[in-house]
Design a protein around this ligand. Structure first.
Ligand SMILES: CC(C)(COP(=O)(O)OP(=O)(O)OC[C@H]1O[C@@H](n2cnc3c(N)ncnc32)[C@H](O)[C@@H]1OP(=O)(O)O)[C@@H](O)C(=O)NCCC(=O)NCCS
Length: 174
């Protein structure tokens, strides 16, 4: 089912942003975003990603039916702002992991773009996938991200090493 969605899903509209399904032409831009020190330090794998590694990741990504990644697109200015994803989608278990959230440029931060993108994706997921739980992991000292996730309703479910696990358990339709 997710494979079908992945192959047909092009865009999820929000108000100021839309979420556009990731294309091969995006992968170099997101590699450059992801390799910046101030961004990669927050991710579990915080090393530099080479072009070859990125290409290899793409080859795997396009074949996986449990991983949906999007470019966060500024509608009015018609330009990319960052990325967001739902992965480890397990329709049997009714769960998925939320992440790869980046608002790339400092000048685009603190304007509510990450929050709108997150709400747009989560709302879409509750409506289109039979999910009961969306979970995530975040570095405990990533204050911006932790605050954002709390504001979306995620509750802390545990801590391991430098990471907090959080979960959101009920969709709008309960
Ligand atoms: C985390 C990140 C995606 C937030 O993006 P953003 O567009 O600036 O966030 P928003 O403007 O939508 O903020 C929404 C909420 O997040 C929290 N928040 C965002 N930036 C914050 C900051 N610098 N300090 C404290 N809280 C912050 C606030 O609760 C804010 O709500 P408020 O404005 O009503 O107070 C962005 O800082 C980023 O890309 N960081 C680097 C990558 C990263 O850490 N990704 C998450 C990995 S788990």
């Amino acid at each position: 089912m997710t494979a079908e969605i992945k192959n047909t899903l092009l865009e999820i509209p929000g108000e100021r942003i839309s979420l556009r399904a990731l294309r091969h032409g995006d992968i170099e831009l997101i590699r450059q975003w992801r390799n910046q020190e101030h961004i990669r330090k927050w991710f579990k794998f915080s090393g530099i990603i080479s072009e070859a590694q990125q290409q290899q990741w793409w080859e795997g990504y396009r074949q996986q039916d449990n991983d949906l990644m999007f470019i966060i697109w500024h509608k009015e200015q018609a330009r990319p702002l960052g990325t967001i994803a739902l992965y480890h989608i397990d329709l049997q278990a009714g769960s998925a992991e939320f992440g790869r959230l980046i608002i790339a440029a400092a000048g685009d931060r603190s304007q509510g773009f990450a929050k709108e993108a997150s709400m747009t994706l989560i709302d879409w997921a509750w409506r289109h996938l039979p999910l009961r739980k969306i979970f995530l992991e975040v570095r405990h000292n990533n204050i911006a991200a932790v605050n954002l996730y709390k504001s979306l309703g995620f509750m802390e479910t545990g801590r391991r090493d430098d990471f907090i696990t959080m979960a959101l358990t009920a969709g709008p339709q309960g």
